[in-house]
Write a protein that binds this ligand. Structure first.
Ligand code: MRU
Length: 369
């Protein structure tokens, strides 16, 4: 049974203990060889965990950022709530520099700052405790959101469907259950038999190391393919549906996700295969008008040149390593959210499903760029 198997997994990320406790997260750099937990007792260790991708995936980054705020301010010597708010701002600015693309990180920092700003009492310790409660709420809400996304999109997967996914948008990328993979877990729980093809996802192999690991543990049929095999699979008629996650969705519906997603979307269009994205409302950024304004993280060239310890590129040849790319809204058939399906992917449909005022301000105010 899927849920039983998945529930045996440790939480992707959680706060352990009371305010003097710590953040525990699955070290995703070690999978699939080792399932190990990293303990973060200070905000610097958590920042490093984010930068090194020990914790990764947009919703999980939001949870990490919220818990990081607690780690960063719990020992603050602020004598007044006003002083503590200044410390919260400082920690948010620090954490906001860890990774630039996933908007969930900034969404969570904004939410923690807003929580501090709305605190109406004089007790500094009370606010610290309350920030921990808010961070835990962000985790728990994400878990519920993922279940709702699964319910909203599972109908796309029927008996016999061949599904292609890219990167990892599953249990490991969220509080639990996932976004794109939530559709698969929910369809599996409903007794449907289908096959998932997981793109390997160069250069850090989130597809082969993480997606294949968690789907196989859940008893879902999964085959790993190299990224350059997707076109062949489509031509062979093995793919009926593509579903990926998202790191940031601009106001016009353009989607930033793991680099290579755009290529898959173009291939899907060429083969008339529906391409869907699954993401929570916290991944939508109404302040960024279109995909070309989304900041794209560029990572160390060594990740390409010397992937997993072996020199695979001549040492003196430059490598380019953008972590994400942007898929234009026109290539996306629909976006599955916890509030329902956005289809077609257009600004007015996004606003209608998310319940925002058309053209109204979004809630992401903290920006790195
Ligand atoms: O660099 P990563 O591993 O953090 O990239 C993650 C992705 O691109 C995921 O597809 C995205 O965050 C969605 S997770 C539900």
């Amino acid at each position: 049974m899927t849920t039983a198997t998945l529930q045996n997994l440790p939480r992707t990320i959680e706060w352990v203990g009371d305010l003097s406790g710590h953040v525990a997260l699955i070290d995703q750099t070690l999978l699939p060889e080792h399932l190990a937990i990293v303990q973060c007792h200070d905000v610097q260790t958590l920042w490093q965990a984010i930068r090194r991708l020990q914790v990764r995936g947009a919703p999980a980054l939001g949870i990490a950022a919220a818990m990081g705020v607690v780690l960063g301010v719990r020992s603050s010597r602020a004598a007044t709530v006003e002083e503590l708010r200044a410390d919260i701002d400082g920690v948010c600015a620090y954490l906001g520099g860890a990774r630039p693309t996933a908007v969930n990180l900034f969404w969570a920092l904004d939410r923690m700052r807003a929580w501090g700003a709305a605190w109406g009492r004089a007790a500094v310790d009370g606010l610290k405790l309350s920030l921990l409660e808010e961070a835990r709420r962000i985790r728990d809400e994400d878990a519920a959101t993922c279940r709702a996304i699964g319910c909203a999109g599972a109908h796309l997967i029927r008996d016999g469907t061949g599904v292609l996914t890219h990167c990892n948008a599953g249990w490991l990328a969220t509080a639990e259950f996932g976004t794109a993979l939530a559709l698969m877990y929910t369809a599996h729980e409903a007794g449907r038999r289908f096959h998932v093809y997981a793109d390997e996802t160069r250069p850090l192999l989130q597809g082969s190391r993480l997606t294949a690991w968690e789907l196989s543990r859940a008893g879902i049929d999964v085959t790993v393919v190299c990224d350059n095999m997707a076109g062949l699979l489509m031509r062979q008629g093995k793919i009926d549906l593509v579903v990926t996650g998202a790191d940031r969705i601009a106001a016009n519906g353009d989607v930033a996700n793991k680099v290579g997603t755009y290529s898959v979307a173009v291939l899907a269009e060429a083969h008339r295969i529906p391409f869907y994205v699954a993401a929570p409302s916290s991944t939508f950024d109404s302040q960024t008008p279109s995909g070309d304004r989304i900041p794209i993280e560029e990572r160390d060239a060594e990740e390409v040149r010397r992937g997993f310890g072996r020199l695979t590129v001549p040492a003196d040849v430059p490598c380019f390593n953008p972590a994400f790319d942007v898929t234009p809204a026109r290539l996306i058939r629909g976006i599955v959210t916890e509030r329902g399906m956005i289809e077609p992917v257009q600004r007015d449909r996004i606003d209608a499903v998310l319940g925002k005022e058309p053209g109204g301000r979004g809630h992401h105010t903290l920006r790195r760029e």
